[in-house]
Design a binder for this molecule. Structure first.
Ligand SMILES: [Zn+2]
Length: 50
C-alpha cells in the first residue's frame, strides 16, 4: 500500500484512497481532502517546498 504525505496538512494518506492528486514540477502530490487539494492548487509553490 503506497503512502504519501499530504503537503498541505502533513497528514499521511493512502495514495489509492486519496481525495485528490495534483502534479507539480514533475512530482505527484496526494491529498486527504478536496479542501487540501484546492489550497495546494491555488498556491503550489508554498506547499511543495518539502
Ligand atoms: Zn490534508
Amino acid at each position: 500500500m503506497a503512502r504519501a504525505k499530504d503537503p498541505v496538512c502533513k497528514m499521511e494518506v493512502d495514495e489509492e484512497q486519496a481525495a485528490g492528486q495534483s502534479d507539480y514540477e514533475g512530482h505527484r502530490y496526494f491529498f486527504c481532502s478536496t479542501v487540501c487539494k484546492r489550497k495546494f492548487d491555488q498556491d503550489p509553490a508554498r506547499y511543495a517546498a518539502d
